[in-house]
Structure formats: structure tokens, C-alpha cells
Design a protein around this ligand. Structure first.
Ligand code: ARG
Length: 447
């Protein structure tokens, strides 16, 4: 493809070093981009209609081969772009030499990756919605299941399991929005930039962008071929969602322990031990948690790849594909696995300790005009007193309360119940069953 000024050629080892098979998955979008390019070359009279027809027909034949998974790459193909041009030559002969008119692999590869990630991003957003929907259904089942919320992994206030689970649904909705938003910037056309600084031919950049249903053209040709912020952004979208999955994965691991005893893992989502007959392991959750770390690494990798690169295109950028494909594939499979894993969980969490209602008791005093600071101190003293007497907060009597402060009342004893606490929660977004149901409705509406 580029041999004119060369007499010799790369050794086989050097050839293998420079080629990259990971771009083969760009095959379909590469052909689609070429078809749009050919149509534009014809409309602008850069090539003859007859030539355009020949090229487009040949490209469609190759597209059909690609779709049928019958396209045969050869060891001598440097990358996906040269493979398609080589195949086109086999089908249509010399006219194939006109395909690359007004184009470089530099703007071509940027286009291919943008088309690929636009589609992949839409799929990831859809998967995140599916995950959020699964979580919302589980939350519906557990809208009234009372559990402790945690801060510092210490029991904090009572809430519902539905409330806890919905956190992950909200995260996923934002994750989906993040992908959609990124796709808005990704879906732009770099074609017409050529290798770096454009072409003397009357190319119609807008027509190609429109034909490919892209949002527009990238205004600066050096930017079009030399920038990869769109790839960084995509990798970050993957990493953030993976990190969130890893938090849920960690909780599943924790909850499935004997110590927590919050849930049982079904046979279809747990694994055994080759050594210990009694074991039931949460390997799926652990692998999601582990792989999240590798995608976090992809963020560093894609940034480091661009660091200090002079403008515009440099071959370093070839490596962007391996990184983003790894991040995207990992998220796609982890989302699928997590949805299946969730289906195999059976929850039976024990209720929270009664000390979790301490704030409710303090707020009773606040209602009577006591400053929150003082109320906090008084309830703290009560908890300490009960602890010294070997009692929990729910075992307190009115005498214990009065001993601490005269302003406590008999009715305050009714507040010392985690279920009552959750039902009395008045703020929006809290864990009360009504709030959980309202959130589920809103999540479903957004999906
Ligand atoms: N395989 C290359 C890549 O992935 C395509 C562009 C090659 N351009 C070049 N001038 N060698 O980035």
C-alpha cells in the first residue's frame, strides 16, 4: 500500500511487530465508512459514476462477507483498512486504487473507532438500563425489608433493603446517561482531514457525516486525526460503571458470609471448592470486583498513551483500540454476569441493632425545643448508661429515660423500634417504603 518509495521491505519480525489484529473488529464500520466516502467522491465528481458504482458494489460484497463472518484476513494485511482495500482489488481490479482518494488511514481509523464506539456506547447504555430495571424489581420485593444502613461499615440508621439496592440503579442510570452523552461527542466525522491537513480535492465533508448519521464534522483536521479524548472518555465511562459493579460485588461477597448472613447464593451463581467440601463461593462477584481493577488500569493506559504526543497522528495511537476494547468488553460481560448473579440471590437479612434508632430519639427531643447538640449528648449518655446495665436501646424503660432527662416521655419508648423508625422517615429520597416505591416509579419512567 505504501511501497513506492521503498526498495526493500520490513523483516517478517518487524512486520509482525507493527501490525495489530485487534482492529479487525472494525471491519464492518470500516466498509460502511468507505461506502459513504465513495458516494461523496462521486457526488463531488472526484471520481466517475461508473467507478463509484464498481467500488460501492465491491464494498457491498465485502460487507456481506463480513456480516457472514466469511471475510478472510491475510498475514500480509497491515491493518483492517489495507485488508479491505486488498480484498476490493481482488474483486474489482484496478478501480480499487481510487478508493483511498482524498483519504488517509489516519482519518479513516478515527472514523471507524468513532462509529464503533457510538454503537457500543448505545448498547452499554441499554445494558445499564436493563441492570437498573432488575435492581428496581428486587427493590420492589424488599421495599419493606428493614436493614441497617452503614457508615464506616458500622450500623448507622435503619433503612430498607430496597433503598440500599436502589442506589445501584441510580448509579446505573447516570452511567447510561454518561455513555449517551459521550456518544454525542464521539459521533462526529473526521473524514476529509486526510493524513493531517486536508485535501486539495473538493471533498464534501458534511455529506459524508450526514450519510453516516453523525452529528457533524470535526472542525479542525489536525484535531480530527490527532485527538483521542473521545476514547479516554469512553474508557472512563466503562471504568466508572465497572467500579460501581465492583462495589455491589463486594457487598454480595460480604453479605454471603456466615458473619453477615444477609443472603444465600443459588447453585447457578456460586461455585464449589476443590478442597473444602462445605464451601460455596461467590466467584462471579469476585471476578467482577477483580476485573474492575483492570478497567481502572485502562484509564491510566489510555491517558498515558496520549501524554506528550506531538500533534497530530502518531502510530502510538494504534494502541488505543486494544485498551478501549478491553474496557468495553469487560463492562459488557460484567453487566451480563451481574444481572444473572442478582437473579440467583435470596435475601434474608437480620434486622438492625436497636441503637440505630438513637437519632430518632434525639429528634423527639428536638421536637420539644431541645437543641440538637444537647439532644445528641443526652441520647449518647442514655446509650452509655444502658450499655453499663447490659441492655440494648430497645430494652430501655421509662425510668432509664427519665434518669437521663425529665423531658423524655413514655411515648418515646415507641420510637425505639427500627421498623417504626423507617416508617416515620419524612424526607424525600429516604428509605421509607413510600420513598422506595416513588423512586422505583421514577427509575422505571426514566428507563
Ligand atoms: N493501524 C493504524 C491505527 O490503528 C491506522 C493508521 C495508520 N496510519 C499510518 N500512517 N501508519 O492507528
Amino acid at each position: 500500500m505504501w511501497g513506492g518509495r521503498f526498495k526493500g521491505s520490513l523483516s517478517e519480525a518487524m512486520w509482525r511487530f507493527t501490525t495489530d489484529e485487534s482492529d479487525r473488529r472494525l471491519l464492518q464500520v470500516d466498509i460502511e465508512g468507505s461506502i459513504a466516502h465513495v458516494e461523496m467522491l462521486c457526488a463531488t465528481n472526484v471520481i466517475e459514476p461508473q467507478e463509484a458504482q464498481t467500488l460501492a458494489k465491491g464494498l457491498r460484497t465485502i460487507l456481506a462477507e463480513a456480516e457472514a463472518d466469511e471475510f478472510a484476513f491475510q498475514a500480509t494485511d497491515e491493518d483492517v483498512h489495507t485488508a479491505v482495500e486488498r480484498r476490493l482489488g481482488e474483486i474489482v481490479g484496478e478501480t480499487a486504487g481510487k478508493l483511498h482518494t482524498g483519504r488517509s488511514r489516519n482519518d479513516q481509523v478515527a472514523l471507524d473507532l468513532r462509529l464503533y464506539l457510538s454503537r457500543a456506547g448505545a448498547q452499554r447504555a441499554e445494558q445499564l438500563h436493563r441492570f437498573a430495571g432488575t435492581v428496581a424489581s428486587m427493590a420492589e420485593t424488599h421495599a419493606e425489608t428493614v436493614i441497617p444502613s452503614y457508615t464506616h461499615l458500622q450500623q448507622a440508621q435503619p433503612t430498607t433493603l430496597g433503598h440500599h439496592l436502589l442506589t445501584y440503579a441510580w448509579m446505573a442510570l447516570r452511567g447510561a446517561d454518561r455513555f449517551t452523552d459521550a456518544v454525542g461527542r464521539i459521533a462526529m466525522s473526521p473524514l476529509g482531514a486526510g493524513a493531517s491537513a486536508g485535501s486539495s480535492l473538493p471533498l464534501d465533508r458534511d455529506a459524508v457525516a450526514k450519510d453516516l448519521e453523525l452529528g457533524g464534522v470535526i472542525p479542525n483536521s489536525l484535531d480530527a486525526v490527532g485527538s483521542r479524548d473521545f476514547v479516554s472518555e469512553y474508557v472512563f465511562c466503562c471504568a466508572q460503571s465497572m467500579i460501581e459493579l465492583s462495589r455491589l460485588a463486594e457487598e454480595i461477597v460480604l453479605w454471603s458470609t456466615k458473619e453477615f448472613g444477609w443472603l444465600s447464593l443459588g447453585d447457578e451463581v456460586s461455585t464449589g471448592s476443590s478442597a473444602l467440601p462445605q464451601k460455596r463461593n461467590p466467584d462471579i462477584a469476585e471476578l467482577i470486583r477483580g476485573r474492575a481493577g483492570t478497567v481502572a488500569g485502562d484509564v491510566t493506559a489510555i491517558l498515558a498513551l496520549q501524554k506528550a504526543l506531538p500533534l497530530a497522528y502518531n502510530r502510538d495511537l494504534q494502541e488505543d483500540k486494544r485498551i478501549v476494547f478491553h474496557a468495553d468488553d469487560t463492562l459488557a460481560s460484567a453487566l451480563g454476569a451481574m444481572v444473572e448473579l442478582l437473579g440467583g440471590l435470596e435475601f434474608h437479612p437480620p434486622g438492625p441493632g436497636s441503637e440505630t434508632v438513637s437519632l430518632d430519639l434525639a429528634e423527639e427531643l428536638v421536637r420539644r425545643g431541645v437543641s440538637f447538640r444537647e439532644a445528641h449528648t443526652l441520647v449518647g449518655e442514655l446509650v452509655a448508661l444502658l450499655e453499663a446495665r447490659g441492655k440494648t436501646l430497645s430494652e430501655a424503660t421509662i425510668d432509664d429515660l427519665i434518669e437521663i432527662d425529665q423531658r423524655f416521655e413514655e411515648a418515646d419508648l415507641d420510637r425505639l423500634d427500627p421498623t417504626a423508625s423507617v416508617r416515620a422517615r419524612a424526607t424525600s429520597g429516604s428509605g421509607s417504603p413510600e420513598s422506595v416505591r416513588a423512586q422505583i416509579d421514577e427509575i422505571r419512567r426514566r428507563i
